[in-house]
Design a protein around this ligand. Structure first.
Ligand SMILES: NC(=O)c1ccc[n+]([C@@H]2O[C@H](COP(=O)([O-])OP(=O)(O)OC[C@H]3O[C@@H](n4cnc5c(N)ncnc54)[C@H](OP(=O)(O)O)[C@@H]3O)[C@@H](O)[C@H]2O)c1
Length: 485
């Protein structure tokens, strides 16, 4: 199998959907703009809506204009759009797949794409199994003389049990090696930078442990609500939508041990060890250390039950039970309708011994390292310094600030650019391995199970606030506070 050959046809199931419009097509255009897309390449988009190829291409042009980080270059767009095809069929019926199979062979001949395929499932999770099974049945997955890979969007299951079933269905056909479970957070520049910051700088790694770190706060907050996605969100909630995947990825990258080398599997092995070391959330611990919230007005959103108990906010405290982190609390917080949009990791360091300045000045702030993931990308270090002037010394916190997306010209590449290209070149480092999914579900399931035993008192926070007061209390009772820096 010519594994390294990037030539391929990308088949997008869900070609008329939101994700394709906003992320996938703009990412493909950006890759083409930067001359990164393979020369032998074509796209087949599948949906149910009735439209001609020309109409489809024009719609995609509008989306690319709106969402791409580059301007439209007429020649480049013409080249890409001439390779985009639209096919209309219902995923449930076989005749569409039969036609698709013939059409893909035809594209192989025309574009020299060697039988290589990226099947991108930009569809609701209930279709994942059906599509994979039909692709297999219609002989579109062989992985013998060519490669075929499948990209699965989140959510990967609803709990551990359903994730296991889904996984079996997919890997029976594609194998683990050709299954790309996407968590687009992993494609974000600053997430990839966490490992570089930790393992390429002498002044971070030696203090990255329980001796010097007081606590770690990982937050991902949005100002928006659920934005017409009520149907999906009602079933997911913040725990499944954010904690099971994105927050766990941020946690593992922050807490993992240095891998033996930078190979895909070595990195994933270390991430899994963190998940295995998470303290088991007993119902008592959930009661004590996990806060759920729902914003006022959620129950009035479209496709949301007026008595819904779905959470739009989660804050929790968890320990990682290994030598590096024993005793260090990791606080995780994610919510909708928060006062600001930000995803960041705050490392709070322990204070120095209570002598000298820490004796004389009662209100000295701790050292903080802030890794900003989005929308601002960068690193900030907060430390104490003397305010210039004569007389008594005054000490104030100052910041060393590296703003990554202020410094580079054409803003950071979109996560999907990096991820789509990685699928084509067969690099799964930034995708989630099955055991990562499995252990994250194990953690999240324990919380969901404890919650199911008790009806929450929802709604319990106002839009524009930092969630229910219990979330503040979670840290206050430990003598700490959330750093909204
Ligand atoms: N949107 C995002 O930003 C985002 C972010 C992260 C993850 N995701 C995940 O990505 C996936 C897709 O999300 P989305 O927001 O793009 O959904 P969407 O806008 O609802 O699009 C669904 C797509 O599936 C097609 N479809 C549905 N049923 C079909 C059937 N029986 N036969 C053929 N086509 C069918 C629709 O085609 P027609 O409309 O033509 O019928 C449409 O193209 C979901 O798993 C979601 O959780 C989305």
């Amino acid at each position: 199998m010519k594994d390294k050959d990037l030539s391929n046809v990308m088949v997008i199931f869900g070609g008329t959907g939101d994700l394709t419009h906003k992320k996938l097509m703009p990412a493909l255009y950006n890759l083409r703009y930067q001359n990164i897309l393979p020369e032998n390449f074509a796209v087949v988009a599948i949906g149910r809506r009735d439209k001609t190829e020309e109409e489809y291409r024009n719609e995609m042009l509008e989306s690319v204009k709106t969402y791409s980080r580059f301007d439209i270059d007429e020649k480049i767009w013409q080249d890409l759009s001439s390779r985009i095809f639209y096919k209309r069929f219902d995923f449930n019926y076989d005749n569409g797949y039969m036609e698709l199979s013939y059409f893909l062979d035809e594209l192989d001949r025309k574009y020299n794409t060697q039988g290589n395929r990226v099947y991108y499932l930009a569809v609701a999770p209930e279709y994942f199994g059906i599509i994979v099974e039909k692709l297999y049945r219609h002989g579109m997955v062989s992985n013998e003389t060519s490669w075929q890979r499948v990209v699965i969007e989140k959510p990967f299951g609803e709990n551990l049990e359903s994730a296991r079933k889904l996984n079996k269905m997919i890997t029976d056909v594609f194998t683990e090696r050709n299954t790309y479970r996407i968590d687009h957070y992993l494609g974000k520049e600053m997430l990839q930078n966490i490992m570089v910051i930790r393992f390429a700088n002498v002044f971070f790694e030696p203090v990255w442990n329980r001796r010097y770190i007081d606590n770690v706060q990982i937050s991902s907050n949005e100002t928006v609500g659920i934005e017409n996605r009520g149907g999906y969100y009602e079933k997911a909630g913040a725990l499944r939508d954010m904690v099971q995947n994105h927050m766990m990825q941020l946690l593992t990258l922050t807490a993992m041990e240095p891998p033996v080398n930078l190979d895909t599997e070595s990195i994933r092995d270390e991430k899994v060890k963190v998940l295995k070391s998470l303290e088991i959330m007993t119902p008592e611990l959930v009661e004590k250390n996990v806060v759920r919230g729902q914003y006022v007005g959620y129950r009035q959103e479209e496709k949301v039950s007026p008595t819904s108990n779905t959470e739009t906010f989660v804050a929790l405290k968890v320990h990682i039970e290994n030598f590096r982190w024993a005793g260090v609390p990791f606080y995780i917080r994610t919510g909708k309708r928060m006062p600001e949009k930000s995803t960041q990791i705050v490392i709070q360091f322990k204070p120095l011994p209570g002598i000298l300045y820490f004796k004389e000045y009662k209100n000295l702030l701790p050292n903080l390292l802030v890794i900003k993931i989005q929308p601002e990308e960068g690193v900030k270090l907060q430390f104490n310094a003397k305010v210039p002037g004569a007389g008594d010394i005054t000490i104030e916190p100052v910041n060393m600030d590296f703003c990554q997306n202020c410094q580079i010209s054409n803003n950071s590449p979109e996560a999907y650019e990096r991820l789509l290209f990685d699928v084509m070149r067969g690099d799964s480092t930034l995708f989630t391995r099955w055991d990562e999914v499995e252990y994250s579900w194990r953690f999240v399931d324990a919380i969901a199970k404890a919650w199911a035993e008790k009806t929450p008192d929802f709604p319990n926070y106002y839009p524009g606030t930092w969630g229910p007061s219990e979330a503040e209390e979670l840290l206050r009772r430990d003598g700490r506070m959330w750093w909204n820096v």
